[in-house]
Design a protein around this ligand. Structure first.
Ligand code: HPA
Length: 267
């Protein structure tokens, strides 16, 4: 086991969704630590979720990458689900790039598309901020008017265009899972304004905004949501997500190179 290099001082945290594990191959000077080696850390029980941090650089930007996340449906408290996000926040990240596998609800979304998350609906899952507020992390009642940073959305949009990929921006809705939705639920979510659905991300975005970390989000659309296409299986969804790994690597790299270019202006 390589040692965790705490000198890296990561600026950007990246959470890799199901099947996107390959992304880590583009990290230079990588150091690895398994969640199971960090006392008190939740460990994923789902196939396809490796459960480790990788620190290093991508295009010279110091990053910490979460390969695999834990989900609420595994039986963890929301507080545990977001523990890795808070850990990265305490290491000093300023930016969090969240990725996930999602079902497409909007008519315009097809399997294989990437959707930039422009807003989310958290109303179907518990808030990770329930309980006594830790004032060291953030305020009791954090504002959620702009969860997904507008400038990051612009960068991701430019990244998709630059790769010749269609640009989709939409609203992501988190469910608890683990069961996929019924067609009636999908119709309800559509009426509520959701474009894509999945079982993660929103609680992490909330925990990050609580800590005043800027957030960006990308969904890989792996399937048409329930009732809008074929029946759903986890293995089909993982396959599709893995196929999209290359595209995601290119967008993440674009994001970081543009981040590096603009960082002087931001600081
Ligand atoms: N529903 C919920 N989670 C998902 C889906 C879906 O259709 N696709 C990928 N993750």
């Amino acid at each position: 086991m390589e040692k965790f290099n705490t000198n890296t001082a990561p600026l950007v945290g990246i959470v890799l969704g199901s099947g996107l594990g390959d992304v880590y191959s583009c990290i230079e000077k990588a150091d690895i630590i398994s969640y199971s080696d960090i006392p008190g850390f939740p460990v994923s029980t789902v196939a396809g979720h490796a459960g480790r941090f990788i620190t290093g650089t991508i295009d010279d930007v110091p990053v910490i990458v979460m390969q695999g996340r834990v989900h609420y449906y595994e039986g963890y408290m929301m507080e545990d689900v977001v523990r890795p996000i808070r850990f990265m926040g305490q290491l000093g990240i300023k930016t969090l790039l969240l990725t996930n596998a999602a079902g497409g609800i909007a008519d315009t979304l097809e399997p294989g598309d990437i959707m930039i998350i422009r807003d989310h609906i958290s109303s179907f899952v518990l808030s990770p901020l329930i309980g006594a507020n830790d004032d060291r992390l953030g305020v009791r009642f954090p504002d959620m008017t702009t969860v997904y940073d507008k400038e990051y959305i612009e960068i991701l949009e430019a990244g998709l265009k630059c790769q010749g990929l269609p640009v989709h921006k939409g609203v992501y809705l988190q469910t608890t899972g683990p069961q996929y939705e019924t067609p009636a639920e999908i119709q309800m979510f559509k009426m509520l304004g959701a474009d894509a659905v999945g079982m993660s991300t929103v609680c992490e975005a909330i925990a990050a905004r609580h800590m005043n970390i800027k957030v960006a989000g990308l969904s890989t659309i792996c399937n048409k949501a329930a009732g809008l296409g074929k029946d759903l299986t986890h293995s089909d969804i993982l396959d599709m997500s893995s196929h999209m790994s290359d595209k995601m690597i290119r967008i993440i790299k674009y994001f970081l190179s543009e981040y590096k270019r603009r960082i002087m202006e931001w600081m």
